[in-house]
Design a protein around this ligand. Structure first.
Ligand code: GLN
Length: 461
């Protein structure tokens, strides 16, 4: 049974019926998830004639609850499916469960879930990354062939890196956000986690595309994302983001240099690229994301959505207690920071300036992409850290996103691909970024790298 889920999807499908594959997935969850805790809900009656999928629990589904990892939504089931879910359903997908996340996708470790942390399948004493930690761990532990996550600043790529799987953040607007619970609307995108690049490309083809329910979804035609997977990288131009890698050392640096050699071996042209404003990305991100979050989360007030406190006599009281009881500490921190950044007298100094530097960053990326087809960094500055190592130090937690947040701020697609292992046996990962709507090219380069290295074949014990 486990062997079936070790195979890339097109091979698994050739060897077993859809029913057998869904059963294999449900059995794998039953035996493995006790130690990993990737799932918040399991759908034992999952049906369908396609791929068994796990869905991050901030994407709404009519057949399972959607909690966003929060007490405030612990009893919520959506009356409608997210557009991505509806498209997958129409394609026969079986939704086997909903995966754990940092509350409202705010975090980098899945430790901010109200329902307990997920553990990294490679080392149960470590975090799987976050906020889509449950989705990445579920794929890494071979409980499902693929999962959906969400990205605001790295929440698919960073956990994919920590768990040794493929993670895609598509171009802003490529996938409808209808039914993805909003965190920061100018940054949010649904993302995809898989074992291999091909599975990722095929899934994107199913869920991408314009949607009348999301006015920010793009009308750009959906590409044939798997068309160039075998084309290699000869003559393609890769820029190494100097500002991102110059201070890196140790294993992550050595692994990144090895990855460059793999690409060079395929005939890629590799040169230095400059994106100086990248050093401000974390500062911009945490102002913009929290400001937008403070507005988006106002709908959880105990009246329209969410837990309603029993302790209230007045309406103000009802808001106060419902939100006070429902939200966890990290979400409260973000709402306070975001409200402050938007408040009268501070708006220009924080939100206004962050947006201005964001525009500068966008310009520098555009300049770099005039010379390069791709930009490269490691996906994360370090491999998976220990559970508890950063929970008392929000700033060091925020720095986990240093290489991933720039793509969200600029709206470009980026992919994380396994690039090897640390001496301790923890996964390492290479990030490739491409210009807007360059997903097809990203898959081409990532597939070359995957074929040369085959790290995806290793799995946690
Ligand atoms: N880790 C980042 C944060 O905490 C990114 C989260 C995300 O992409 N949803 O905000």
């Amino acid at each position: 049974m486990s062997e079936l889920l070790d195979l890339p999807w097109h091979e698994a499908q050739a060897q077993a019926s859809p029913r057998e594959l869904v059963d294999a997935s449900l059995r794998a969850i039953e035996t493995r998830d006790e130690s990993v805790h990737a799932f918040l809900h399991v759908n034992a009656d999952a049906r369908g004639d396609g791929m068994p999928l796990a869905i991050k629990d901030n994407i709404v589904t009519t057949d399972m609850p959607t909690t966003c990892g929060s007490r405030i939504l612990s009893n919520f089931t959506s009356p409608f499916d997210a557009t991505a879910i509806a498209r997958l359903r129409a394609n026969g997908a079986s939704f086997v469960g909903k995966t754990n996340l940092d509350e409202f996708a705010m975090g980098s470790s899945t430790e901010h879930s109200a329902f307990g942390p997920t553990r990294n399948p490679w080392d149960l004493s470590r975090v799987p990354g976050g906020s889509s930690g449950g989705s990445a761990a579920a794929v890494a532990a071979r409980m499902v062939p693929a999962a959906l996550g969400s990205e605001t600043g790295g929440s698919v790529r960073q956990p994919a890196a920590f768990c040794g799987v493929v993670g895609l953040k598509p171009t802003y607007g490529r996938i409808s956000r209808s039914g993805l619970v909003a965190f920061a609307s100018s940054l949010d995108q649904i993302g995809i986690v898989t074992k291999t690049v091909r599975e990722c490309a095929e899934l994107l083809g199913v869920i991408a595309g314009a949607d009348p329910l999301d006015s920010t979804s793009s009308t750009q035609p959906v590409d044939d994302y798997a068309a160039d997977l075998a084309s290699g990288v000869r003559g393609l131009r890769f820029g190494v983001v100097r500002e991102a890698v110059e201070r890196l050392e140790g294993e992550v640096r050595a692994n990144f240099d090895e990855a460059l050699n793999v690409l060079r071996g395929g005939g890629a042209i590799i040169e230095d690229a400059r994106v100086p404003a990248i050093s401000y990305a974390i500062a911009i991100y945490y102002i913009v994301a929290n400001a937008e979050a403070s507005a988006n989360l106002s709908r959880f007030d105990g009246v329209r959505f969410g837990h309603r406190s029993e302790r209230s006599k007045t309406l103000d009281d009802l808001y106060f207690h419902s939100r006070g009881e429902g939200f966890g500490a990290e979400v409260k921190r973000r709402i306070m920071l975001g409200t402050f950044a938007l408040s009268s007298g501070y708006y220009d100094a924080y939100y206004g300036r962050a947006q201005a530097v964001r525009a500068t960053l966008r310009g520098q990326f555009a300049d770099a992409f005039a010379r390069f087809d791709f930009l490269l960094t490691p996906t994360t500055p370090e491999p998976a850290f220990k559970i508890g190592a950063k929970t008392d130090d929000p700033l060091s937690m925020y720095l986990s996103d240093i290489f991933t947040a720039p793509a969200n701020l600029v709206g470009i697609p980026a992919i994380a691909v396994p690039s090897g292992f640390s001496a301790e046996g923890l996964p390492l990962s290479l990030q490739l970024m491409a210009p807007h709507f360059g997903e097809r090219a990203l898959f081409r380069a990532a597939a070359f790298f995957e074929r040369e290295t085959e790290y995806w074949k290793r799995k946690p014990r």
